[in-house]
Structures are given as C-alpha cells and as structure tokens.
Design a protein around this ligand. Structure first.
Ligand SMILES: [Zn+2]
Length: 116
C-alpha cells in the first residue's frame, strides 16, 4: 500500500513520488519556498562545490572496475548522497530554475530517474 503524507503547504493528503517529498504539487512547493525565501539561502559557492563533489563521486563510480562489493557500496552511497544534497538544494533554493531544467528537452529526466 502506498504511503500517504500531508502536504506541508496546503495540508492535502498525497502519495509521495520521492523519498523526501513534502508537497502535493509543484505549486505548493514553489509557494512554500517563496513564503520561506528569507530563511538562509544557500550560497552559490556551496552549491558549486557540492556539484563538484557530486561530479567527482559519479566519476569515481563510473570508473569502478573489479571493485569489491564493500568498496562499490561505499562509492554508490557517496554518489547518492551528493546527488540527493544537490537535488534538495536546487529544489529548495532555486525552484524556478529547477523546474525549467526538468522541463527542458536537454534533460533526459526519465532515463536519469531510472538510473537513480
Ligand atoms: Zn499542497
């Protein structure tokens, strides 16, 4: 049975499509973020080095050859950590850019989601 949560913005029950989903819709997420925009925005430099760390972790994982399961599991965990951190930061602090990027044909969203 699918999990049901209460939207943090409007209170409507919804079935989350992502592990950390807090809102029933993009509209509610954007509204909540606008209302809470004054709360410590993530500095661009922090996003830059997070993206760098994410890229390096993905590169290490892509280059993994004949690694033992424990080392491979650690590399996967590190890559997932950085992807989650960058994704959550962009969703929280740059919702318009995030949505625009996902709507772009340049982003292979379904393929990326399947890979993750
Ligand atoms: Zn809602």
């Amino acid at each position: 049975m699918a999990e049901v949560r209460e939207c943090a913005q409007c209170g409507t029950p919804f079935t989350p499509r992502r592990e950390h989903a807090r809102f029933c819709s993009t509209r509610c997420r954007v509204t909540w973020n606008r209302e809470h925009a004054g709360v410590a925005a993530a500095p661009a430099v922090a996003i830059d080095w997070s993206v760098t760390a994410m890229t390096e972790a993905a590169g290490r994982l892509a280059a993994a050859r004949d690694w033992d399961p424990a080392r491979l599991a650690a590399a996967v965990a590190e890559a997932v950590w950085w992807v989650t951190l960058v994704d959550a930061t962009l969703v929280r602090y740059h919702p318009r850019d995030y949505e625009a990027a996902l709507a772009s044909e340049d982003v292979r969203r379904r393929k990326t989601e399947q890979a993750l």
